[in-house]
Design a protein around this ligand. Structure first.
Ligand code: COA
Length: 372
């Protein structure tokens, strides 16, 4: 067995496919190429595809958008919680705490019919952006801005966060970013969600497990670390030396490497690079230019390729999103993938309970405490 369950097939899924075809990585959600979805669908359309299993028809998408918009606002208890948490609490800790609290407010928390699962899923997808935006406003001493019914998922989030209508470019950029983060097979947080679901734990508990797992710097927390690196480097000409030194010291370059995309480009990183470039051209090019130099150096010195978190950092910075909110934006996208997996697990369940190979000492003689 390889460490970290590398290469182990732990379940069957109909939600996404990652495969190498002619030396290139293919990533599909429910059979649709990520490139088509990123360019031609909206986040709401992709969330529907993931949780219902099919692309919506026009009227179904319209209804779904209304259903999400109507569920955006938060119960007063959650707003109270956001107000009472210390302002130094990491926004990801806030998100998982608020998710758990939402569970305590749901009288049907243990009901797992398909209809109820979809209802809970819509509620969570709709409320994640509001929790994130409200907490950001509250911890910075500003009034919360209530969600609107009219705006898209992406535009409404930016509006609640910044208090002004986002530009069309900003809306499109966030929308595409959310699509690209929405689903990725059995990554660590989704696996955590499925393990929780396999015990028939409630949906909120499964999402809390996933949210906690996503936060780590080897997973979704990497984008915040990328931004830290961009700030440390500060100017493109310092990138190569910085990367070389890190590699010589055997340290990790955040936003590079991937368990599944070994030696091949992560298709999401390719699309995000283009998006970062476009956004930079319309705003500040600084972070993108440093990113490009880091990418060149990481490839030159260790053949490392960027992953989904690398270009996300300069995209979020150009959208005016604070660094410690980056992983929350990842969660805002990934929530629909988690929910699709939780529902898939519930609907065809067997407890996930693997074995461990014991490598410790055996058959030792017990020594009473008085003699130790
Ligand atoms: N920086 C420097 N070297 C890296 C690296 C990185 N980001 N990612 C992988 N490597 C190197 C390892 O040092 C190792 O080199 P070696 O064979 O010379 O020892 C080789 O690549 C294989 O790495 P390994 O630790 O087996 O990869 P993994 O599959 O266990 O880990 C990640 C995958 C994602 C955890 C890892 O690439 C990483 O830590 N990346 C940075 C964090 C990150 O961006 N996470 C977001 C993932 S989407």
């Amino acid at each position: 067995m390889k460490d970290g369950l590398e290469g182990v097939i732990a379940c069957q899924t109909k939600i996404s496919r990652i495969e190498l075809v002619n030396g290139k990585a293919v990533l599909e959600y429910r059979g649709y190429d990520i490139r088509d979805l990123a360019r031609r669908a909206s986040y709401e359309e992709v969330a529907y595809l993931l949780i219902y299993g099919e692309l919506p028809k026009k009227y179904e998408l319209q209804d779904f958008k209304i259903e999400l918009a109507e569920r955006r606002d938060l119960p007063p208890q959650i707003i109270g919680l956001l107000t009472h948490l210390p302002p130094y609490t990491h926004p990801m800790v806030v998100l998982r705490t608020a998710t758990s609290y939402l569970g305590s407010l749901d009288r049907k928390i243990d009901v797992k019919t398909r209809e109820e699962n979809l209802e809970k899923a819509k509620n969570l997808i709709a409320k994640f952006p509001t929790i994130i935006a409200y907490y950001q406003r509250i911890r910075t001493g500003r009034n919360i801005i209530q969600p609107t019914l009219e705006l898209s998922h992406a535009a409404n989030f930016l509006y609640m966060l910044n208090g002004e209508m986002p530009s069309r470019t900003a809306e499109k950029a966030l929308d595409m970013d959310l699509i690209l983060h929405a689903e990725h097979e059995l990554n660590a947080s989704t696996f955590a969600a499925r393990i929780a679901a396999s015990t028939l734990a409630d949906m909120y508990a499964c999402v809390v497990a996933a949210t906690g797992t996503l936060m780590g710097p080897l997973h979704g927390g990497a984008a915040q670390e990328v931004m830290k690196m961009l700030r440390e480097i500060a100017t493109p000409r310092r990138a190569e030396g910085y990367v070389r030194k890190k590699i010589e010291k055997g340290e990790r370059i955040m936003g590079f490497g991937h368990r599944v995309y070994r030696g091949v480009m992560d298709p999401r990183a390719e699309l995000l690079r283009r998006l970062a470039k476009k956004l930079a051209a319309e705003g500040s090019t600084k972070w993108f230019e440093i990113s490009e130099e880091i990418a060149k150096a990481a490839y030159k010195h260790k053949k490392l390729l960027p992953n989904v978190d690398f270009y996300s950092a300069s995209i979020y910075a150009n959208l005016g999103i604070p660094d410690d909110l980056f992983v929350n934006i990842f969660a805002m996208g990934r929530i629909s993938g988690w929910l699709a997996h939780i529902i898939e697990q519930y609907e065809n369940n067997r407890l996930i309970r693997p074995r461990a190979e014991y490598v410790g000492e055996k058959e030792k003689k017990f020594i009473p405490i008085s003699e130790r």
